[in-house]
Unconditional design. Structure first.
Length: 290
């Protein structure tokens, strides 16, 4: 049996077909243009296969409430042309299969829980630090929803005393995304992150903010694994700096060996490499069929 997955991003949409074990049999990506042409191209791709269901891990904000009239929609997004786009409904109508739907980061943590670094966990989080900051939350054996969906990328942080940067987020400049995203780094230092690898002060400040956020997530969600990724986290030196910062901030309060003795196995990159999002989308389709 084959399943389809879409990792729907604001820049590109990755599409894949996989079997029930999560083995990818084919994939392709398309640029995220206007909805009509983008979605029609993707539908044509999946019509080449007899998929049993489709899952979508989507950029947002989205409406994940099954009781809402706009369930399956991208809602008020800054991506031009995509506000109020019924993306799940489009594929349901075009492909005549069940369509699972959630945020891109919830899809990523689902992929890691199913086939990756968080297997066996009933509570884990996936944090992506890149163009934006997002957090996928898997808690008590399921993906977290509530009033809307987690927006923990906008958690408010204490500013570093020497940081005079105004912040990149137009809503709250002292949030995680406003202070620590890839665009915030480029704006603050005048160069993109990839060109700042040798500047220790850049990564010390970045680790200060990421560690602060991770400590807050540990205190609120109590995850069994913290998976960190995204373009910014490709700077490998950040991992030990963040781990040390988290231990210092928690100061022994979360007294568990995972934090106190084995933090290198607790705050980790994804086991699925660059594929947690697309495999999580496939898994969303499987769950929708069930």
């Amino acid at each position: 049996m084959l399943f389809g997955g879409i990792e729907a991003g604001g820049t590109k949409m990755v599409c894949a077909v996989a079997d029930e074990t999560g083995k990818l049999t084919d994939r392709m990506s398309v640029p995220t243009r206007q909805p009509e042409e983008t979605l029609k191209e993707i539908a044509a791709y999946f019509k080449r296969y007899e998929i049993a269901a489709l899952g979508i891990g989507c950029f947002g904000p989205i409406d994940p409430d099954r009781d809402s009239k706009t369930y399956g929609y991208i809602t008020k997004t800054p991506k031009p042309g995509w506000t109020d786009c019924d993306i799940a409904g489009f594929f349901r109508r075009e492909l005549s299969v069940p369509v699972g739907f959630d945020t891109d980061v919830n899809g990523a943590i689902l992929g890691e829980v199913t086939w990756g670094a968080a297997r066996g966990c009933n509570c884990a989080i996936y944090i992506t630090v890149g163009t934006g900051v997002g957090v996928g939350v898997y808690v008590n054996g399921g993906l977290l929803h509530g009033l809307v969906h987690p927006e923990a990328g906008h958690i408010l942080l204490k500013r570093h005393p020497k940081d005079t940067y105004a912040g990149h987020c137009p809503f709250h400049p002292e949030c995680m995304e406003g202070l620590a995203s890839g665009p915030a780094i480029a704006d603050r230092w005048g160069k993109p992150a990839a060109q700042l690898a040798g500047r220790d002060e850049v990564w010390e400040l970045e680790a200060y903010y990421i560690a602060q956020a991770v400590a807050d997530y540990i205190l609120t969600y109590s995850p069994q694994k913290v998976i960190l990724w995204g373009g910014v986290m490709h700077q490998e030196k950040l991992f030990p700096m963040v781990r040390t910062g988290v231990q210092e901030l928690l100061n022994g309060y979360v007294h568990h060996p995972a934090v106190t003795d084995a933090i290198a196995d607790y705050i980790i990159p994804p086991a699925l490499g660059e594929d947690p999002g697309i495999l999580g989308a496939v898994r969303l389709g499987m769950l929708e069929l069930q």
